[in-house]
Design a protein around this ligand. Structure first.
Ligand code: URA
Ligand code: SF4
Length: 221
């Protein structure tokens, strides 16, 4: 039983569902049996992180999103829906090879509520993020990336603490004990939701600048 210190809440958490062997293929199978929080109940499947197999050994960057969306939940792969397509285009434009990036989420099951016929994305709460964190920890250990890129506040705060502000510190490399260097930026889904065209352009430009900062950080290493 893990305890979330800041809230003194007991959650079963994912720890007891982790296999003894922490290789990616073994983790990927095991996560389908996780009942570390309630989110597995209403989701189709767990969506684990992945990278192009042919690129293994070359993975230096790991991108961490929030949680799978509707498409990801049905297809079983991270970032395959609209936000993922947009992310792919931006990575390409920033000169980052998507195939050489390991892509995952802070939370592995899709959280949603019905709104008519659609399954509306619901933000995971801090208990669920904490419960799911052993999977992310295991992925980071297995992949050993040189840089973690967090998309949006959920991922960033899960690693850097609730006080971290993406709006203030995006694009700057952060150091948190026990983790590789971390760079946080906006979530592509939030850019797609921008209220005006101008906002979207501005946010996209900022996002690209952050991705380029991530790329140049890796180049210097
Ligand atoms: N948004 C995320 O945070 N992750 C996905 O996998 C898809 C959309
Ligand atoms: Fe387990 Fe994470 Fe799914 Fe919760 S969201 S059941 S902790 S894999």
């Amino acid at each position: 039983m893990a305890t979330l210190k800041s809230q003194k809440i007991k959650v079963p958490g994912a720890a007891e569902f982790l296999p003894a062997e922490h290789s990616l293929p073994v983790l990927q199978v095991a996560v389908q049996h996780c009942k570390g929080c309630d989110l597995y109940r209403n989701a189709t499947q767990a969506v684990f992180g992945e990278a192009d197999v042919s690129a293994s050994g070359k993975i230096r960057m790991m991108i961490v999103g929030e949680q799978p969306g509707d498409r990801e939940d049905r297809e079983g792969h991270p970032f395959v829906g609209p936000a993922g397509k947009f992310l792919d285009r931006c990575l390409d434009e920033a000169g980052i090879v998507r195939k050489e990036v390991y892509v995952t989420n802070a939370v592995k099951h899709f959280k949603w509520e019905p709104r008519g016929k659609v399954r509306l994305h619901k933000k995971p709460n801090s208990r669920e993020i904490f419960a799911c964190s052993p999977w992310l920890r295991a992925e980071v250990d297995a992949v050993a990336p040189q840089l973690l890129v967090c998309l949006g506040a959920t991922a960033a705060q899960s690693l850097l603490g609730a006080g971290f502000r993406v709006t203030k510190s995006h694009g700057q490399v952060q150091h948190a004990e026990g983790w590789p260097p971390i760079l946080a930026t906006a979530h592509p889904a939030s850019i797609l939701r921008a209220r005006t065209e101008d906002d979207r352009h501005r946010q996209t430009a900022e996002f690209l600048e952050d991705l380029r900062a991530a790329r140049s950080f890796l180049r210097k290493r």
